[in-house]
Design a protein around this ligand. Structure first.
Ligand SMILES: [Zn+2]
Length: 297
């Protein structure tokens, strides 16, 4: 189904004070030997997982009830909690050996955060997609924003496989000299331009994303699911710009049409599959389905 989405606010905010406290504690625990590793993991991976575990352990997670975004994390959060507990025990023991009772407390805290990060990484899966950039697209061929949306929703990272940038001549040969992709009006019946475009830059059993300047019916993006488009290889097309949506939502949304094998849009405005600007959550069932998709490894 094509997506005619039209609104978009700001991204989610920065790290919480609880996480900052954790990081501060770690700095004083340099002798526990965990600080360097933890800080580098936090730097590369962000602090929100530690915050989530802290919420879970402290019961503060109840506040998140009704928020599809946080509810959707239940599955992978279990790995974080287990990692946190194991890390806490090890960190505590190491801290005690190095710094006595105070070291145990500091080391235990560091271990909980480090364990949570490790647990999260172990539960992470990857969706590899090819990217084809068509003449007129201003989009980067990196997909960090969409990957962040999908990581937050289902702990699935998007990795970029084969990248192909079409020349003007190649682009015009596929979608015409206007460089506007002619959109299908009936699911299962792709236009000639869509057929020509989606034949380019393929790898078996891999979704290819096509970045175009614009789309004929004004859609933000469209998805070609194998069950709805048996004659088209699994593909999504996205036009320039994510505004007014949260950055990355259009691509993550279209990809999830394929991963969920579903063309409908829920009314829950917190859901990634809704038409809302800022809905980026998935239900627990959707998280399971996304993570068990044949495209996700
Ligand atoms: Zn849609």
């Amino acid at each position: 189904m094509s997506t005619r989405d039209t609104k978009c606010p700001e991204r989610e905010g920065a790290s919480s004070s609880a996480t900052r406290t954790g990081a501060g504690a770690v700095r004083t625990a340099a002798q526990a030997g965990l600080a360097g590793k933890l800080l580098s993991l936090q730097r590369t991976h962000g602090n929100r997982y530690a915050r989530q575990v802290a919420e879970k352990l402290g019961g503060a997670g109840e506040k998140a009830k009704g928020d599809g975004k946080l509810d959707s994390k239940i599955e992978t959060r279990e790995a974080e909690v287990v990692g946190g507990i194991v890390g806490g025990i090890i960190g505590g023991a190491v801290g005690f050996a190095v710094g006595g009772p105070v070291g145990a407390v500091v080391g235990g805290g560091a271990g909980i955060i480090l364990g949570a990060v490790v647990g999260h990484l172990l539960a992470r899966k990857t969706l590899t997609i090819n990217i084809t950039k068509v003449e007129g697209s201003t989009r980067s061929t990196t997909v960090d924003d969409a990957s962040k949306v999908l990581e937050d929703a289902a702990n699935v990272k998007i990795s970029v496989g084969k990248v192909k940038t079409l020349t003007k001549a190649e682009s015009e040969a596929a979608i015409g000299t206007d460089l506007v992709l002619d959109e299908f009006s009936t699911p299962g019946s792709p236009t000639a331009e869509e057929v020509a475009l989606t034949a380019i830059n393929r790898t078996p059993d891999t979704i290819t994303a096509y970045f175009v300047k614009a789309m004929s019916a004004g859609s933000h993006g469209e998805a070609f699911r194998p069950s709805a488009f048996p004659t088209v290889p699994p593909s999504v097309a996205i036009k320039n710009g994510d505004s007014p949506f949260v950055a990355g939502k259009p691509l993550a949304h279209e990809l999830c049409h394929i991963l969920l094998d579903k063309g409908t849009h829920p009314s829950d405005t917190k859901n990634l599959m809704s038409y809302s600007n800022d809905g980026v959550g998935l239900t627990p069932d959707e998280v399971k389905k996304v993570r068990s998709s044949s495209f996700v490894k």
